[in-house]
Write a protein that binds this ligand. Structure first.
Ligand code: FAD
Length: 506
């Protein structure tokens, strides 16, 4: 502990003796992006009163507070700006406050992890699932929703599941929405928009307040069915257009739609597989009695467009795994590895968490225990442009981004994921060695950002290191800047993290 940090902590404890405050020197803060913020101390909170107290301490001692719910924002980073700050750890707030088993609504505190929630739902009737991400089971549900992350089951876009929230504002007061204020308990949990101005969105990617709990809508458990097809790079636009039509026809029954490049698949498996084709994935989220007709209709449409699909259920997977174990190793191993990927995907679309998706950050060599790319010094930067759900737009963006990846010497680990029937998100990973490739990786990110903007595409999240959005100077979002000034005039809650998206270069 440095003398300054010790003195700083002592001074805070002198005024706020009940705060749990430590140096935080033993924590990896760069979140696998290779860049760490300057952290003076960490305050651990257990309830809303602790959060309000931490806010009072920040006001009195003039420091910045950076909240985190699980601190695993791998590939996007923890905090921006050069100023030293105090991290506010909400990870101990792990209560599941309410579960409405009839309507599929659940209220969780900030530190509840996706693994904890999946397990809670499994052991409480197993009728509902939560859409989980491909990241660790230990990631918080609340922080991912606030970051507008996405997963594999309805509600794919996690903030779209939010029905209500409670947030502690920089002045220490609590915001909980009009319905809660007037005691409209049914509306408060079930109806997304409330009445009057819609303000919940203000707390997403903003740091306008510290969210203590969130109510989210769940989706009904269904037997998973996965459809997969492969195609040449030249057929990407056609594949996307065909699936877009299907998604409009069948709506949310088609979830987890992904188009995965050869290099993305190879990065997850850590191989240079002979397979040189893209993979298209569609999962069905529908009652089992609809699987047959839906599967037939979808495979017919895919076939009409020239794509031969295969479908998998948990049962058919078991049968195939048995066959793979009986055939000669030479062919059996390749089949077993493909079936392992199918198993991971089936688990993922069923709302079950695992570390398997983290294999991407480990070139396929996932550690047997405690995978944590930040601690293991793996480098990853996500470039995640949003775009229209349109084949030629995606193919043009994909080609342009692949050129940038190759120019900087990185594999073009690209996939396109459907957010809904209208929007795609490019999921592009710059995988690098922080010891010697940091600058190159960041230059690659900035050029991808420029390339995307030239195609009319903005990422849905921006990594903490990113200094500014290319383009014209001036405020990007003057209203957001105005609100920030009004809500947090002293700049207590991590004022720089989302500055890239609001203020322009001066
Ligand atoms: C291989 C791999 C796969 C991944 N797959 C996915 C995926 O499928 N989908 C996806 O979305 N992401 C994915 N990620 C990215 C990331 O790991 C997740 O998004 C993760 O959920 C975010 O980390 P966290 O929850 O620990 O965030 P935290 O670090 O806790 O927080 C993230 C941000 O939210 C703010 N915040 C957190 N809690 C609060 C609060 N209570 N109040 C106010 N602000 C708060 C923080 O200040 C910070 O800016 C992946 C990463 C890797 C490496």
């Amino acid at each position: 502990m440095t003398a300054t940090s010790a003195e700083f902590i002592a001074a805070i404890l002198n005024d706020f003796p009940t705060l749990q405050i430590e140096t935080g020197h033993d924590t990896t803060w760069h979140a696998a992006t290779g860049r760490s913020p300057k952290v003076t101390a960490v305050i651990r909170v257990h309830n809303e009163a602790d959060i309000a107290l931490a806010m009072s301490a920040a006001r009195k001692h003039g420091f910045q507070l950076h909240p985190y719910s699980s601190g695993r924002n791998w590939g996007y980073g923890a905090a921006a700006g050069q100023q030293p700050r105090v991290m506010l750890d909400l990870g101990c707030m792990q209560k599941i406050l309410e579960f409405d088993d009839t309507c599929g609504l659940i209220t969780v505190e900030a530190g509840v992890s996706q693994g904890q929630l999946a397990e809670f739902l499994r052991s409480n009737g197993d009728r509902w699932i939560v859409s989980v991400t491909g990241s660790s089971p230990r990631c918080s549900v609340v922080s991912n929703a606030l970051e507008r992350g996405f997963g594999a089951a309805p509600y794919i876009d996690h903030f779209s599941a939010v029905r209500g929230l409670k947030a502690i504002l920089p002045d220490g007061t609590c915001y909980r929405g009009t319905a809660a204020e007037v005691g409209a308990w049914q509306s408060e949990k079930a109806y997304r928009w409330g009445v009057g101005p819609y303000l919940y969105g203000l707390f997403s990617q903003s740091h306008f307040g510290i969210v203590s709990s969130l109510t989210i809508a769940l989706c009904r458990r269904q037997t998973p069915l996965l459809m997969a097809f492969q195609f040449e790079t030249s057929a990407l636009a056609g594949a996307i257009n065909t699936v877009q039509e299907l998604r409009h026809a069948y709506g949310e029954q088609l979830t987890n739609i992904k188009f995965i490049s050869v290099e993305y698949a190879a990065a997850i498996r850590g191989d240079t597989h002979n397979n040189k084709r893209w993979t298209g994935l569609i999962s069905l989220h529908a009652p089992s009695n609809l699987h047959g007709p839906l599967r037939r209709a979808i495979s017919r449409e895919l076939k009409r467009s020239g794509f031969q699909s295969t479908s998998f259920t948990t049962r058919s997977l078991r049968a195939l795994q048995k066959i793979a174990s009986m055939i000669p190793k030479r062919w059996g191993d390749a089949l077993a590895s493909s079936l392992e990927s199918v198993e991971t995907l089936l688990r993922f679309i069923s709302g079950n968490t695992s570390n398997d998706g983290l294999a991407l950050a480990y070139a396929g060599q996932l550690p047997a225990h405690n995978a944590d790319p930040a601690q293991d010094n793996r480098g990853i930067l996500w470039y995640s442009p949003t775009l229209r759900f349109d084949g030629s737009s995606a193919a043009e963006l994909g080609d342009a981004c692949a050129l940038v990846f190759r120019k900087h010497g990185f594999p073009a680990a690209i996939n396109f994921t459907a957010i809904d029937s209208h929007a795609l998100c490019g999921v592009m990973a710059i995988l690098f060695d922080p010891e010697c490739e940091q600058d190159r990786a960041e230059r690659c990110y900035m050029e991808l950002l420029e390339t995307g903007l030239a195609h009319g595409c903005l990422p849905y999240r921006i990594p903490a290191f990113c200094p500014s959005l290319p383009g014209a100077s001036g405020d990007r979002n003057a209203l957001a800047a105005l609100l920030r000034k009004a809500i947090d005039p002293a700049g207590i809650i991590a004022p720089h993290r989302f500055e890239t998206t609001t203020a322009g270069q001066s």
